[in-house]
Design a protein around this ligand. Structure first.
Ligand SMILES: [Zn+2]
Length: 79
């Protein structure tokens, strides 16, 4: 039987998913897939996904091409 992870989040009364996100943030990893984070708390792939999700939600028509995720995207055209 595997031992459960014991760290500062183990005893918190929060969901397993939230604990996972907190651990990823602590380790500078993407909170969604665990890849090394490009910026903030997400990898480039999920940075873009989050951005597009926000756009849809807010119904924005403009795109802010100076935004970091666009710059990273153009730097790394393979993903
Ligand atoms: Zn990710």
């Amino acid at each position: 039987m595997r031992k459960p992870i014991q760290d500062e989040f183990t005893t918190l009364q929060i969901s397993r998913q939230r604990k996972y996100q907190l651990r990823m943030q602590r380790d500078k990893r993407c909170t969604e897939c665990g890849e090394p984070a490009a910026q903030g708390s997400r990898c480039l792939k999920h940075l873009v996904k989050a951005r597009e999700r926000q756009r849809k939600k807010r119904g924005l028509k403009r795109r802010y091409y100076g935004t970091l995720s666009y710059k990273l995207e153009s730097m790394d055209a393979t993903s």
